[in-house]
Design a protein. Sequence first.
Length: 570
Amino acid sequence: MPLTTPFEKNENTSATYWEAIDYYRLLASLYRELKVEEWGSTDAGLPLHVAILSLDGDFDPESIRKKGKRILLINNAIHPGEPDGVDATMMLYRDLLQDPDKKKLLERLVVVAIPFYNIGGGLNRNSTTRVNQNGPEAYGFRGNSRNLDLNRDFAKCDSREAQTFNHIFTHWYPDFFVDNHTSNGADYPYTMTLLPTQKDKLEPLLGHYLEHDLLPELYQKMEKKGWEMIPYVNTDGPPDKGIYGFSDTPRFSTGYAALYDCIGFMPETHMLKPFADRVRSTYAFMETLIRIIARDHSKLGRMIEKARANTLLQTSFDLDWDYDLSRTDSLQFKGYTAKYKTSEVSGLDRLYYDQSEPFEKTIPYYTHFKPTLSVETPEAYIISQAFPEVIDRLRLNHIRMYRLAMDVEIAVEEYFIVGYKDRGRGPYEGHYLHSQVEVEKKTETRLLRKGDYVAYTNQPGKRFLLSVLEPQAPDSYFCWNFFDSCLNQKEYFSDYVFEDLAAEFLQANPQVKEALEERKKTDPDFAASAREQLDFVYQRSPWHEPTHNLYPVFRIPEPAELPLEPLREE
């Protein structure tokens, strides 16, 4: 039975959402090795579908891992205007079921695919919103039903798509992950570019394997298949000036996957290449990766098991990075000469790439990063029960939690937020994102309330916990505004009443008076404002509320006896 896809009937056509789901259902009705499941919900009001390809009909991830098989998760249409993976995966699944050579690969791994992730964007089908893209004839829209970019949502998890995905991902706990995309940007001859997990974000065994073994082989094999590949062209100007590695924080799919010691790839086909070439190069990449995983499944299993054991033993983690421009690699790059001419729109200079002047040259490749935030791992976190939206997100990630069975006083490490910056450009993906967070860390005895949540770090979600609960981490729940209420002062003072109290307080606390006078000497605006000076005294007095800017997540640094009860389903 040929089972021809819409793409194969017309190579400038991409399957609609309904065509894709119906195709997988048809395959599943014909082959017992394929199971199609419905999971959760989406902001479009429809469930996500998961297509599981398992040669022996075992669809249980725990059982599959016990058999020594590897698990690959594929995600398609996170941006439905970039549908290459939708059509490539449909053909790949059919061929894995029908081609004896390909089917044999499934003896050593199980392939799990989300056929169409952004359903709302896929149903918003059009032919205009990808204005720079060469086909297909029709495609979906980048935003989901809430106009969220789902590849900014894996950590904050606002969309029901992301909430369902977190549940699917931590259920399957894959070894490898592929999230198929199409790239914008500069013009160059390559059809396929590749954005892998940034190596420094992986456990060192995995990072070394990715950089020194897996990536070189992927580039070599893709070139042999006729799809010469280059790293994702992330530039600050024309690419001949240099390409930069991509710092995929946990808001992105590959950054999220790295939190679970999973090697992720974001294939980015080039928007200007024909749709047929983009689909076939995406197919070639996935097939190449599958063959490597199948061939090395035993070695990979031992390495991944060791890496995940190392993560459980790790006592500190790097949570943020910046480019290390003191270390530069080089890259052989084929490109087109960047030139400028007068714009017919603005009359000013405009960039264009002259395809009649191709070049091949060695360019800088800035792929090294240095950590800018490192955090010691606590024994556990205590999360206030007053923030159920945070608890819900931890549950979706299969974080094992308990609740305090009674009130308890205990020494904890706590953070006070002393500084942060906002984007200053309005909301970003539904939030006013914080960055450059500064904290003051203290150890205090706190009364923790019955019902507060306890999450121990000795569990598979260890790195995830640190990445979302440490407030300085770039995609922490604090940075995404889930704890903004702690930043608001609730009690104030009346100037004329507090004047006398402030004067008495300064007489009794000469060190505060000295600090006040010093500030007046160095800050003329402060010296001219009676209100600011009173507030300076107020904040250092016993009348200032002690919980202002107190981050409502506490760290238990060492093992401690806590009155716990198991977390019931709620």
